[in-house]
Write a protein of this length. Structure first.
Length: 478
């Protein structure tokens, strides 16, 4: 059997590497239009940072795992084709700001149709709006010259989280496969289930109809994001009333019906999926006339925007209502730890908010490149989900500096903002950093990872999200 995957990104790369590792009898080729990315996948400096990924790639690469730009050849030869290309949010036209732009998906479908001389199973891996399979099916069937070629479309949503992708792929809670309720649809589901059964217990391989599988992906992400927005809403209330959000989260998390995971208050959720999937969900609701349902879910995104804005206002308010010309060190730019991914990272909105008020941001992140940071801070909203989006002219960048050394980033700064929960931040010598900073020296912990009591002992004015406010800060807010 041969598998091809279109799109060698955060989803396609690691997923196919794991399939190849676990299924030595299957040839897996990952193709991409981006030559540089493919080159990187073929080297030992992979294009994405993911703990444990290199070892998996090294074991399978050249054996039964290949990375190539020859899309036509490998798609033509494959029995199963995974599609994992970008699905950006539309920026203009009908549904702008919420609907998914399926340009790349449709392009992939046309390509598959044009090179297919044998029947194929086409698997949706990218997040797509509900009913995409129907549209894609039409494109495939109408564009293939050979009447004997049959296309079976499956929805097999990815649930891996970045930073823990290898563990998630190796031991998933479940694999979900949706397919048509026809004989050939069920056969295709079985074929794909066989692939996963190489390493995943059968009872964890769930099957569903196509629409349920597509909707389950959007719903799972909407529920996860909702938990974060819920605890973030409570974090604001904690600050206003003197409660501690960690204690509240711990207390509710011990209720087995609620559970302890995903209850960390933060400066906001980021990542390529949460916001986009919720917006997609809302758009689907609106198109079928369910305005109240759409409004309900929109609120999860609004609360996330509020949390980022609230953080910016805290920083500015604490620093005597002016950050003009003040250097602020930003610790962490990735949307979470253990990844170099910055898509929809809260750091973008926080930095832009501070710069708009005149601050000079000096950014340090152990994995994100300066080029990426400059691109993110100059690009318009939603641009990140287009292949090869580039840096544009923006006055924002005049006030951005990227530092490869965290100590230098804090030198002469008025404040440090922790925006990503990287483990290394906990180990820094903050007494030494304090010496280098302008006084009063502030720390704004947007992830609640630092030892706040110790920082206060050193002399810092500390703001910790959702925690009782420092006396110093209360004066500014009363
Ligand atoms: C995830 C989701 O699955 C997707 O829905 C979302 O839009 C982006 O995030 P991910 O693998 O993380 O996918 O995305 P990304 O790292 O951007 O990878 C997509 C890859 O597809 C890129 O390498 C891009 O070059 C490639 N691509 C895109 C193609 O090969 N052909 C195209 O026509 C378009
Ligand atoms: C998410 C889903 O978890 C995954 O199943 C899906 O396939 C893709 O989207 P990912 O975006 O990679 O994965 O990371 P995740 O761990 O879910 O974190 C998303 C965001 O929420 C991050 O910005 C993270 O910092 C934030 N978060 C998470 C919190 O703020 N608090 C929490 O308690 C958990």
């Amino acid at each position: 059997m041969k598998i091809a995957c279109i799109g060698a990104g955060y989803v396609g790369g690691p997923t196919m590497a794991m399939v190849a590792l676990k299924c030595p009898d299957i040839e897996v080729v990952v193709v991409d239009i981006n030559e540089e990315r493919i080159k990187a996948w073929n080297s030992d400096k992979l294009p994405i940072y993911e703990p444990g990924l290199l070892e998996v790639v090294q074991e399978a690469r050249g054996r039964n795992l290949f990375f190539s730009t020859d899309t036509k050849k490998h798609v033509g030869e494959a029995d199963i084709i995974f599609v994992s290309v970008n699905t950006p949010t539309k920026t203009h036209g009908i549904g702008a700001g919420k609907a998914a732009d399926l340009t790349y998906w449709e392009g992939a479908a046309r390509l598959i149709a044009s090179v297919s001389t044998s029947s194929k199973i086409v698997v949706e891996k990218s997040t797509v709006p509900v009913k995409t399979a129907e549209a894609i099916g039409k494109v495939l069937r109408r564009n293939c010259q050979d009447p004997n070629v049959n296309f079976e479309i499956l929805s097999n949503p990815e649930f891996l989280a970045e930073g823990t992708a290898i563990e998630d792929l190796q031991h998933p809670d479940r694999v979900l496969i949706g397919g048509a309720d026809t004989e050939s649809g069920q056969k295709a589901i079985k074929t794909l289930a066989e692939v996963y059964a190489h390493w995943i217990p059968r009872e964890r391989i769930l099957t569903a109809n196509l629409w349920s599988a597509e909707l389950a992906k959007l719903t799972a992400n909407a529920f996860l994001a909702q938990r974060i927005s819920s605890i973030n809403a409570i974090s604001a209330l904690c600050e206003a009333t003197g409660a501690d959000v960690s204690q509240v989260a711990h207390a509710i998390g011990t209720d087995s019906r609620i559970g302890p995971k995903f209850l960390n208050a933060s400066v906001g959720f980021g990542g390529s999926c949460f916001q986009k999937d919720i917006l997609n969900l809302c758009y689907v609701c609106e198109t079928v006339g369910l305005k109240e349902v759409a409004d309900y879910w929109y609120q999860v995104v609004s609360m996330n925007d509020y949390q980022k804005q609230r953080f910016v206002e805290r920083v500015i308010g604490a620093m005597f209502n002016t950050v003009s010309q003040k250097k602020i060190a930003i610790y962490g730019f990735a949307f979470k730890k253990d990844t170099g991914d910055t898509r929809e990272t809260p750091a973008i909105d926080v930095c832009k908010g501070l710069i708009r008020d005149g601050a000079k941001c000096c950014i340090y992140d152990p994995e994100v490149t300066p080029e990426q940071i400059f691109r993110d801070l100059s690009a318009p909203k939603f641009e990140w989900d287009r292949p090869n989006y580039s840096r544009s002219q923006s006055h924002m960048l005049e006030n951005v500096q990227v530092q490869s050394d965290p100590i230098a980033a804090a030198d002469g700064a008025h404040a440090i903002c922790v925006l990503t929960e990287w483990d290394e931040f906990k180990k820094y010598d903050f007494a030494a950093l304090y010496e280098k900073m302008v006084k009063p020296a502030f720390i704004f912990d947007g992830r609640n990872i630092l030892d706040h009591a110790k920082l206060r002992e050193i002399g810092f004015i500390v703001y910790a999200l959702g925690k009782p406010l420092d006396q110093f800060l209360q004066k500014n807010y009363s």
